[in-house]
Every structure is written in C-alpha cells, then in structure tokens.
Design a protein around this ligand. Sequence first.
Ligand code: NDP
Length: 491
Amino acid sequence: MNTELFIGGNYVAPSQGGRFADIEPATKNRLAMVAAADSADVDRAVAAAREAADRGPWPRMTAEQRGKILHRLADAIERRARALGTLEARDVGKPIAECINHDVARAARNLRFFAAQAEVWTQEAAFGAAKFLGADLRLVNLTARSPLGVGAIIIPWNSPLMLATWNLGPALAAGNTCVLKPSELAPLTCLALGELGNEAGLPPGVLNVISGIGEAGAALVAHPGVDGVAFTGGVATGRAVMASAAQSLKRVTLELGGKSPNLVFADADLQRSAAGVARSIFRSQGQSCVAGSRLLVERRIAEEFVAMVIEQARRLRIGDPLDETTDYGPLISAAHRERVDSFVKEAAREGAQILTGGSAPEQPQRGFFYLPTILDRVAPRSRAVCEEIFGPVLTVERFDDEDEAVAMANSTTYGLAAYLWTCNLERALRMADRIRTAMVWVNSFFLRDLRTPFGGARLSGLGRQGGRYSLEFWTEPRLLCMTYPEGTADG
Ligand code: NDP
C-alpha cells in the first residue's frame, strides 16, 4: 500500500512530514497513515507536471504512442483487479463485487476508451479568401488542438479509481500532464496509480498524485502553474474552485451534486421499476452524484409501488464490503452518517413518516452503517426534498398528472439526472423534453455510452465529460492560417 505522495515518478515523503489517518468505514479501524501534502508539496507536484508538460516527451508524442502507454496502464489495472478492488472496498466501504466488476473494470475501460478516442479525433480545416496588401489571397485555415498543459484533477471519495481515470483518461490521452488530488477519506487506490503508471511507462512527472487534507486542494487550484481544473464534489467547494480559478482565468469543469427524481407512471412495468428505483438510490449506499433520491409516483399506484420499493430495500444484504454476496456497505465516515441522519431526523420532526430504515442497523455492526431509508409525507419544501443528502434516503411524493410531475421534478436547484419509468413512449419523450436535467434515463439507471455528454445543468455543474466533450476541455484549439495567391503560378 503506497501512502506517500507520488511526484515526478517517485513516492516521496511530504515536506513537513504531515500525515492523516485513513479510517476503514466498515470497521472504524485505521487503515493507513497517509501523507498530507501542504502548499510546498503542491509546488513540487506542479513543478514536476510543468517540467513534463514543457520539456518532457509526453505532449509531443502522437496520440497512438500515448495510447499504447494508456492501454498498458489499463492492462496493469486489470491484472491487479482483485487487489485494487479489495483496497477500494476497504477504503470506501463499497461492496467488493461492485468495486471489482464495476469500478475497477470502468477504470481500465476509461483509459482504453480515451486512448482510442484521441486517436480517431479529427481536427478541422477550412478554405477561404481575403484581400491582403492589395493582393487577392486564398486561405487555408487549420484548427489544431494542443494540450492545455498542466491539469489539476480533484476527485471525491465515493468512486476514487473510476472518477480518477474518468478525468485522467482524456487529460493524458490529449497530451496533458496532471496532478491528481484524491479525497482524504479514500486516497489509497489513487496513490496506487503512481506505481502502475511507472510500470506502464508513463514518463516521470506526467502523473502526480498528492493526498492531503484541508490545504492541498485550494493551493492546487490557485497555483499559477496549473492550466485547467476538473473538480468533482460538492456545490459549495465547486463555487470556491471556480472563484479561485477565475483569478488566473483557468479553465474549469465542475461535476457537482444532484437531487435526481425517479418519475414512476401507472403505465410502467412496476416490478422492474421498483427494482430500478431501489438500485438508483441504494447502490453505493446512495453516495453517488446520480442517485435517484426522490420518488415521484402517480397517486393511483403510490401505495402499491412504494410497498414494492420497501420490499427491495429490505432484501438488500447489508454487511462486510469484502464479502462477495454483500449488496450494501457502510457510509464513508462517522461525520457523514451523522449528516445523513440529521436530514432524516429533521424530516421526521416536520411530520415525515419513516417507512423503513431511519437509523443504524440494530444488530451490532462496527462500521458507519445506516439502513436504506424511505421517507413518506415529507414537507414539499423540506431540506430532505430539496438538498442533496448523498446517502441512502429516498423521499416519496405523489402526483396526479404530467404537469404536476414536471413541476415537482423541476422544483430543485439541481439539474443532473432524471429517471422516467413508463411504457408509453410518447409520454417518455414528452417528459424528457420538459424536465430540466442534463441527463434523462428511460426505464433504466445510469447505463451509458462513454461518448455521450455526462454532467449537470444549473447547480449540478459546469461543462460536460465524455468522448469529445472531455477532449475539447483538455485541449486548446489553435488556428494556423496559410495563404496562397489567387490564380495559377503561370498567371
Ligand atoms: P467537498 O466538496 O468538500 O470536496 C473536498 C475536496 O475538495 C478535497 O479534496 C479538498 O481538498 C478539496 N477542496 C476543498 N476546498 C477547496 C478549495 N477551496 N479549492 C479547491 N479544492 C478544495 O467534498 P466532501 O467530500 O466534503 O463532500 C461534501 C458534499 O459534496 C457531499 O456531502 C455531497 O453532497 C457532495 N459530493 C458530491 C460528489 C459528486 O460526485 N458530485 C462526490 C462527493 C461529494 P483539501 O482537503 O486539500 O481541502
């Protein structure tokens, strides 16, 4: 387990020797003491990335050459799938089956996908005409995309390896060098990427990973040596990142939270929809930006449907994340469990009915477990309905018709995702058109082609990731204009 900072191709101790404890959510035991970067370490990491961007081979390699190395990094991840999945399960508390089969597999896929995208990404050319110094000229305008330079990537604790590679993939494939800052709550698989990058042949300085707590993130975003920032996390920090980046007009992309509704109509396949709704909110214990945390259900099927979702919630196997049969693990930390519980208690004080869950499990569980929770009769403007809880809490609201459903779905300040459950195609299209989220799924949850735009509208974020959207973010479009005179050489 690597717990030092990874800078310039080597694991190094933090300059002031700072460390913080990384706690295992399922046991409350200390998993590791991890290096805490301060602003001097941020300087070192950015200097290494800057050197590799300005004088190293990486930006000048062809997309194919870089792609070969990224494929080797993906190979290294796949070879270590069990070890990385186990580390992620221990560090994050997610069930190991999900870590290995989804997160680690997606980490390799992210790198392979963007390596391939960068190779086939075509650039533009346009012919034109202009008069210059009295001569009639023909123009050839070429648009070339150069790497942006040094990227700062700040990712959260809920899916560290998957989100790190989702951002590193396009940044590296496009020729940038990077400083990756994982969350202090789950930094271990990101730190392991340094060693895997060396094994794959990434030149020194191309990938730097700095763990830290309370200082490194802000110092990294403010650093004059950084050219672009990709931040995934909460809205408040996203605002601070944007304000800081504005000082030097750095490019910023923000992937923030959500309060995504599941809209269930009476014409839906109710059994499948109930399983889908439960999965959308209880997968990763609700600690997901795309969690379907609101159930908006047509009134005439509400009682029947809610009972089906409760049944799904109660069927989840809660337990040790390292057990292959576990569906549902602990929350990330004691503070987060308290925060989740405070939403539930507040809603209950305001009159909400707790249909299931609403507390830690009764049988002694050592970790930060919290039961899958469903709240009914929640006051429409209550915090539980309007704010992201980022935990396993589903609120239930009822609607009578499409207009009311749309008004409810659009009533929060977020705009990430919506899930429509209906067998009526025209209704699905009509609703998708009226709902103001950046992503809409019909009769499914979170399935997607990596070429499509992922991200949020309104308070859910800024910019999009995926396919060409990511490659555009990580490159600077540049014009090269060449001319030749009108007519032929022989007049
Ligand atoms: P935060 O939004 O607080 O982000 C924490 C990360 O941001 C750390 O790496 C931290 O680094 C860095 N950071 C803090 N301040 C700044 C700053 N001013 N400039 C740059 N970087 C900074 O995440 P939390 O984990 O505390 O989660 C808070 C809430 O965010 C959750 O409850 C949830 O609602 C939401 N969230 C959303 C996620 C998503 O996928 N969209 C993922 C995780 C959380 P340092 O330690 O050095 O300060």
